[in-house]
Write a protein that binds this ligand. Structure first.
Ligand SMILES: [Fe+2]
Ligand SMILES: [Fe+2]
Length: 504
């Protein structure tokens, strides 16, 4: 997205949206950037407000097509209430994470309303055959930006609406349904523009199959069949163009991250990563290895490996503000923490999360990436300085433990949990001495178990079997990386990232 557009959004649209949306804020902003709506990272709009807005717009648009009269209004209201209610029931049971995701609900609503408006326009424009309508674009977009199952349900809903608006034509509904389903099937793992084009080919094949089926069933003349096939092919091409044009815009407007965008972000030539490689090379190296660990673990349990990799790349960008205060960047320049009391040191260390969030917002990093910055330490203790404070005061009771904990929030997804674990495992594994395979297994197990016992994964749906698979993946990756390193036998391994280097 051009930076001029982002500036316009940032300086003009954002303040307007804040004023418009603030009245709906009931319980204050949620922690972190989770509550972003239309570029704004502080205002939370209740999903019922978004849902009601979608219902209202859909009812109005359908009434414009099917009205006038009270009878038409009531029938349209029954139809839209049923559709919205069924969709809510579906996501409540199948995608509970979307129930409170106002961006996701708004995205679905905008796409459905736009599709119905498009149908109105298409049917009232002379010379256009209904089969050429590029409705599969909605199916592909929803699959890429939300979830394939949401794409399937929306395809069925759109096919139903298409049939109703097209003079209750079952043929049109079947063609839309077949084409949309084929598009969803090919969009499951879209990573490149070529994949989007291939999805368009599948849409054409699916819609074409429906046309041939209808032609054989209803004994269409050859000319009618060929004409319908031509329009289905044109609609598929139009769908591909729409997806390619709208995808970047929708990603920004509704805080979604497609695999295409993630691949762009995984480019180590991103300005923040380049700066990190120059200003904080130790942190850069740590981030790359953390990314390898996290990606391997995510692949093992079926989580989003690409998201984990990108999240790990950016999780410590806050260290760019004061790189010399982090052990991995100190090298020969010495340890500035030796001149600071533990309380000051922990403030500096903790601030890398806040600094990272500020940097991410300045560079317009996506919301999902900033979650990794905020959550990669959860509410863990800054262990080394906590213990140093106890050593200095001589009594554990005299040190406020809460002050030495990161402010959170805790990880709330498998991906953020995996990066938290990979971060700790990588930081501590650097100090392992002469590790055998068994020593690596014990080490990883100790780190992972300590995070679980500390309650960091209370909000993460990780099963015990998945935790075990994550440990295996970490060990396998570490075997390839650290097999020549020496063992470090002491405690506080979960926070070695912040410990000053041992004197040699
Ligand atoms: Fe960190
Ligand atoms: Fe880190």
């Amino acid at each position: 997205m051009p930076s001029r557009f982002k500036q316009y959004v940032s300086h003009t649209l954002r303040p307007l949206l804040i004023r418009l949306l603030r009245w709906t804020e009931r319980s204050g902003p949620l922690p972190g950037p989770r509550s972003s709506v239309f570029f704004h990272r502080e205002v939370h709009v209740p999903t019922w407000v978004v849902g009601a807005g979608v219902w209202g717009m859909l009812t109005a648009v359908l009434f414009l097509e099917l009205g006038p009269g009270w009878g038409a209004l009531i029938s349209v209201a029954i139809l839209t209430t049923g559709l919205v209610g069924l969709f809510r029931l579906f996501i409540h049971h199948d995608h509970p994470e979307l129930v409170h995701d106002d961006d996701a609900i708004a995205l679905v609503g905008v796409l459905v309303v736009a599709a119905v408006l498009g149908m109105n326009l298409w049917f009232h424009t002379g010379g256009l055959v209904p089969y050429g309508m590029p409705l599969s674009a909605v199916s592909i977009l929803v699959t890429v930006l939300l979830h394939p199952r949401v794409g399937v349900v929306l395809t069925l809903v759109l096919a139903l609406l298409f049939g109703i608006l097209n003079s209750f034509s079952l043929e049109g509904a079947l063609v839309v349904c077949f084409g949309g389903m084929a598009g969803v099937a090919r969009s499951l793992h879209v990573r490149t523009r070529r994949d989007v084009t291939m999805a368009g080919l599948w849409v054409a094949a699916g819609g074409g199959a429906a046309v041939v089926m209808l032609a054989l069933m209803e004994r269409w003349p050859l000319e009618q069949c060929l004409s319908a096939l031509k329009w289905v092919g044109g609609g598929a091409v139009f769908s591909v163009l729409l997806v390619l044009a709208l995808l970047p815009l929708l990603e920004i407007c509704f805080s979604r991250l497609s695999n295409i965008r993630l691949l762009e972000l995984s480019d180590v030539n991103h300005p923040l990563l380049k700066e990190m490689s120059l200003e904080a090379p130790g942190t850069y190296h740590h981030s790359l290895i953390t990314a390898s660990l996290a990606q391997a673990a995510a692949e093992r349990i079926g989580a989003n490996a690409l998201l984990c990799r990108v999240g790990a790349y950016f999780h410590d960008i806050g260290k760019l503000v004061k790189p010399e205060y982090f052990v991995e960047n100190q090298g020969a320049i010495g340890n500035p923490h030796e001149l600071l009391p533990p309380n000051m040191s922990r403030i500096v260390i903790q601030s890398h999360v806040k600094d990272g969030l500020a940097l991410a917002q300045r560079h317009n990093l996506d919301r999902l990436i900033t979650e990794f910055i905020l959550m990669h330490h959860g509410t863990c203790r800054v262990e080394y300085f906590y213990r140093r404070a106890i050593e200095q005061t001589g009594a554990e009771e005299s040190v406020d433990e809460d002050l030495y904990r990161y402010p959170g929030p805790k990880p709330h997804s498998k991906e953020t949990a995996i990066v938290m674990l990979a971060d700790s495992v990588e930081a501590s594994a650097r100090t392992l001495e002469n590790p055998s395979h068994q020593r690596l297994v014990d080490h990883v197990s100790r780190i992972v178990d300590s995070k679980i016992l500390d309650g960091q994964f209370e909000e993460v749906p990780l099963t015990l079997a998945e935790v075990s698979q994550v440990k295996d993946a970490f060990v396998n990756t570490l075997v390839g990386i650290y097999h020549t390193r020496l063992h470090y036998p002491t405690s506080q391994e979960t926070d070695v990232e912040h410990r000053p280097p041992r004197p040699s």
